[in-house]
Design a protein around this ligand. Structure first.
Ligand code: ATP
Ligand code: MG
Ligand code: MG
Ligand code: MG
Length: 578
């Protein structure tokens, strides 16, 4: 048990000026964190306790799925990243960590970087240590700090520059094994989120920069989330924006587009890009966006891309590729003369429009992309969702997923969109990293094969804040029992009265024996102050011990989730709590 007077919980009446969302305000007001700089936070003693509980539950679940814990360095030799498959994309968010004062390297490639994730570290390690099929499968993980130089750190721990992640990496002898490992981890994630009290849903995700063959994100539904979840309750379908838009074909998009919005129709074999002026919008701190419409063979489909930035051919090409799965970047040769802010003038052609139109024969497709320019160095993330809402989401009636060679099963269910916080992400990677680093093993016939990998991440610190976002009220945090920094708070209204302190100790001992962590508020403060703080820090069970109650032989019990106060005879209190 801890005594409040000897612990450190610096609660605040006011929220910090930079806190825009409830959970961020509460993190600071409840004394859980303090800011050092943009995206950099100290976990204060109370916050650290919650973080450690989440960490421990995560550890138990990943262990349960066969994970083996280790700890890797966070300063990485840059050459490992150069050797890996995504240096160009990843370096944008990486902090360089060269030796101080080494002027020689200024303006040149870094010698060391701080780890944003650890595929480039674990794969060479496994290559060196595992050579035989007998040592496979293996799944290594750590729960540790990650560094990402996010362009817009915000919302407290949600998007930080330094944060805690559980990252895990599976190595299997073959695809079948890799899929098994993937599902074992997915099941562990589901248990983890349930145990910490989070409502997280697994949604299909695009593999993006990571490459690999399939992927799920775990999202906690919340209005302030950075991501969109596109879902349908009846069919159980749920996907993130990138995945959904690259796989789902709305029935008739032309109907959804505002009348007169399509400026031009293309001649067969040529795609023309016209501006759809209908839906400009902005994201806080970001530039204006606009909507572009791609029209092909008289069968319109629409690609919404970032507007006010320069459009680069290659990036648009790769967007097109992602979109269609039918043409390569080389096949798609947009001829764009875009100037910032002048999208109305944009026109382009795509050489292989015939092929594209063939894929989408009778269908209009609406696709959304972003991250096509330097302004968002965070990869292909979609933030221009308001456009989607304005434009067509309500008309997503009939949909089907299009992959060449696959039948297109019709669901006929309307799709809905809601915001979500990405708290976890799992990838079946395949051999992308094992190829680059030569991670091979020999089978029982002495044949050599590439290991098949998966990688998996849970944002531990982001989850902690997402739990607060999901569970709070006007007075403060409402911690789920399993991760509450303390489960029981004993408020001593008259801490100097010896009898009261004695009763508190007895009850605390009983509660601890029953497995709860106990905090005793023994501060010399008015009851009002104590109750306000109790609600603010959100301990699940509050027990009030006052002189008056003791005279009547009772203590008061109150759950944080309820307004009801129960008077409990002293004699029963210990037994009941135990
Ligand atoms: P986001 O889309 O929010 O930028 P991400 O897709 O870049 O996240 P991953 O590389 O998939 O993140 O990392 C695994 C997990 O780490 C994420 O699901 C998220 O919970 C957490 N995470 C990623 N970036 C941050 C951050 N800047 N601050 C806190 N947690 C983060
Ligand atoms: Mg990111
Ligand atoms: Mg993401
Ligand atoms: Mg992710």
């Amino acid at each position: 048990m801890k005594l409040w007077s000897q612990f450190f919980i610096p609660t605040l009446k006011e929220s910090p000026a930079d806190a825009e969302i409830a959970s961020h305000k509460l993190l600071v007001r409840a004394g859980l964190v303090r800011k050092l700089g943009g995206g950099l936070y100290t976990y204060m003693p109370l916050g650290l306790r919650a973080l450690q509980k989440i960490t421990q539950i995560c550890r138990e679940e990943i262990d349960g799925a066969g994970g083996i814990e280790l700890w890797m360095p966070h300063v990485h030799p840059a050459e490992l990243w150069e050797q890996g498959p995504r240096w160009a994309a990843a370096r944008e968010i990486m902090f360089r960590a060269d030796s101080a004062g080494d002027g020689k390297r200024a303006g040149r490639d870094p010698e060391f970087v701080l780890g944003p994730t650890h595929e480039e570290i674990i794969t060479p390690l496994v290559k060196a240590e595992i050579t035989s099929y007998r040592d496979l499968p293996k799944n290594f993980y750590q729960i540790a700090t990650k560094f990402r130089n996010e362009i817009r750190p915000r919302f407290g721990l949600m998007r930080a520059r330094e944060f805690i992640m559980m990252d895990s990496y599976s190595f299997d002898a073959n695809d079948e094994g890799a899929i098994k490992s993937y599902h074992a981890i997915k099941a562990a994630y589901e248990k983890f989120f349930k145990r910490v009290g989070a409502t997280a849903i697994a949604v299909e995700a695009d593999t993006g920069v990571m490459g690999g063959s399939f992927s799920h994100e775990f999202m906690i539904p919340a209005e302030i989330g950075d991501d969109d979840v596109i879902y349908n309750e009846e069919s159980g379908y749920a996907a993130n924006r990138e995945k959904a838009t690259s796989g789902i074909v709305p029935k008739d998009l032309a109907d959804a587009a505002p009348a007169g919005a399509l400026e031009e129709f293309a001649t067969p074999g040529v795609l023309t890009i016209a501006a759809l002026e209908a839906a400009p919008y902005s994201v806080p701190g970001d530039k204006q966006f606009k909507t572009l419409v791609f029209i092909g063979d008289g069968k319109p489909f629409i690609v919404i891309i970032r507007g006010n930035d320069e459009l680069e051919e290659a990036k648009l090409g790769s967007l097109g590729f992602t979109v269609t799965r039918a043409a390569t970047a080389e096949e798609i040769e947009p001829v764009l003369g875009a100037k910032p802010g002048s999208l109305g003038a944009v026109k382009g052609t795509i050489k292989n429009a015939g092929a594209l139109a063939g894929v989408f024969a009778d269908h209009a497709i609406r696709l959304i992309g972003n991250g096509t320019t330097g302004a968002n160095k965070d990869g292909f993330h979609v933030r221009n969702v308001n456009v989607a809402r304005d434009l067509a989401i309500t008309s997503f009636g009939d949909f089907r997923r299009v992959r060449p060679g696959e039948p297109d099963p019709k669901s006929g269910q309307p799709l809905k969109v809601r915001r979500g916080i990405e708290v976890g992400h799992i990838f079946k990677l395949g051999t992308k990293y094992s190829e680059k680093f030569g991670a091979v093993y020999t089978d029982d016939q002495k044949q050599s094969h590439l290991m098949v990998m998966g990688c998996y991440g849970i944002g531990i610190s982001r989850t902690m804040q997402a739990l607060i976002e999901q569970s709070h009220d006007a007075d403060g945090i409402v911690w789920p029992w399993s991760v509450a920094p303390f489960q029981v708070l004993i408020c001593l209204l008259d801490p100097k009265v010896e009898e009261a302190a004695g009763v508190a100790k007895k009850i605390a001992t009983a509660a601890e024996a029953a497995g709860a962590d106990v905090l005793i508020d023994d501060r010399d403060e008015r009851p009002g102050v104590k109750f306000k703080d109790a609600d603010l820090i959100g301990i699940p069970l509050r027990i009030v011990i006052g002189s008056k109650g003791l005279k009547d032989g009772v203590v008061e019990l109150k759950w944080r989730t309820s307004k009801e106060v129960t008077k409990l005879p002293l004699a029963e209190a210990e037994a009941k709590i135990a």
